[in-house]
Design a protein around this ligand. Structure first.
Ligand code: SAM
Length: 243
């Protein structure tokens, strides 16, 4: 790893980035789900439905939902019968997730604090690995992708949904204006934390475009890497297979 990495637009040490990302999600954990609805006008729900439709969880298969946060994606997969382990570096996000699962009567999920860069799971533990709006927050992304490959069984599927900047000219300008001016203000009003939402916008702008991220998935050892961009690449579902 290099000795300076981006935390949003700022260059910091890798350890500092991991610490600051931790602070961002601890700060917003209790308002995280409300903020997702407000910022996306509820669209994140449709993107997550579409994502899970792509994953096609099969009854009783083991899925690791990495950076699973408050459980949105895990709940959808568990409802389809999969045995889901929700892992996240941030215990505050997982605590909110556990409360939500309890309120919904969703039992049978496993919750675990884990850093995506160094997983405690044995090789070949899972049938599928999912990571939604999580990987751009990880300090060493290639290390996380190698770990995803390691913990998957042969024939295992990797799926990642992530934001990036869009390449639709008109839409991209509109989104940039909304992201830079409106999202931090909603963050300030709802969570009293404008900086965390400024980080969110900057981290989206900095995340690789779909072709570049597809190459990173291949470099980690996955085959048949594919990218399904939506909204001109603002949101993309990436996938790959372990053979
Ligand atoms: N997947 C959930 C969703 O879509 O609602 C949560 C996404 S939230 C934007 C990003 C999550 O990534 C946070 O819960 C954060 O704690 C987690 N995260 C950041 N860095 C991580 C790391 N190195 N390992 C595991 N989780 C990480």
């Amino acid at each position: 790893m290099t000795d300076r990495v981006n935390f949003g637009d700022e260059l910091v040490s890798p350890e500092e980035k991991t610490r600051r990302v931790g602070r961002v999600f601890s700060s917003v954990a209790h308002r995280y789900d409300l903020m997702n609805d407000l910022m996306s006008g509820g669209m994140h729900r449709l993107w997550k439905d579409r994502f899970v439709a792509r994953v096609k969880p099969r009854g009783s298969e083991g899925i690791l939902d990495m950076a699973g946060g408050t459980g949105d994606v895990a709940f959808r997969m568990a409802k389809r019968g999969a045995r889901v382990t929700v892992a996240d570096i941030n215990a505050d996000m997982l605590d909110v997730g556990k409360e939500r699962a309890e309120r919904r009567g969703l039992t049978g999920l496993t919750w675990k604090v884990e850093n995506a860069e160094h997983l405690s799971f044995a090789d070949a533990s899972f049938d599928a690995y999912t990571i939604v709006f999580g990987i751009r927050n990880v300090t060493d992304i290639p290390a996380a992708l190698r770990e995803a490959h390691r913990v998957l069984k042969r024939g295992g599927r990797f799926y990642c949904m992530e934001f990036s900047s869009s390449d639709w000219p008109g839409f991209s300008n509109l989104y940039e204006a909304y992201a830079a001016n409106v999202i931090p203000k909603i963050g300030k009003a709802v969570t009293k934390d404008e900086d965390s939402y400024r980080y969110l916008v900057e981290s989206i702008r900095r995340f690789p475009r779909p072709p570049a991220f597809k190459a990173m998935i291949t470099d980690a050892g996955f085959v048949r890497a594919a990218a399904e961009p939506m909204l001109g690449g603002l949101v993309t579902i990436h996938s790959g297979w372990k053979i």
